[in-house]
Design a protein around this ligand. Sequence first.
Ligand code: IMP
Length: 181
Amino acid sequence: MIVLDRKKEDLVELFSEEAIQKRIAEIAKQINADYPSDEPMCVICVLKGAVLFACDLIKHIDKETHFEFIKLESYGNSQSSSGEVKSVSMALPNLNSKNVLVVEDIVDTGLTAKFLLDYIQMHFQPKMLKLVALLNKKCARVHDIKVDYYGFEIDNKFVVGYGLDYMGYYRNLPYIGYFPQ
Ligand code: IMP
């Protein structure tokens, strides 16, 4: 059995459930305005971290929407990027001429987002391709990547909750927090 060295009680809340949900509605409004109103969208959720965010976000999307899932790994069981992206499951439909939105939980170094956007552009010719992330850790950026929409900018803290994990735990929290040093 894994003994977690971090306890939920020690978490400091950074973004409440209400703040997250309010911001998601605002981002969705922007997305709805930017994507063509009479054309379908393909929303790609990057598992596992973006699952809660993507599920809440698509409820606000007002177009015909395909919801796809891929699974990438770059952190393993640590609190920093391994510097390598592992594509665990990359089953995507044909994205040629599609209006595509990639949904990430957090853009940290930018490696994962870059890997995925490059992959899509290498294999398909989407009509539109944009990236939305709930959190943007701009200060940790290593790879130059355009985050078209994001919920909140954060400093270089390791955060958990609302899909984000520590050792596989805490994804189920409806809020986002961090463990003080
Ligand atoms: P990047 O490739 O360095 O941008 O990191 C992307 C992935 O690392 C995210 O999709 C998360 O799954 C994970 N990650 C980055 N920062 C954090 C964090 O603060 N908490 C939990 N997971 C994180």
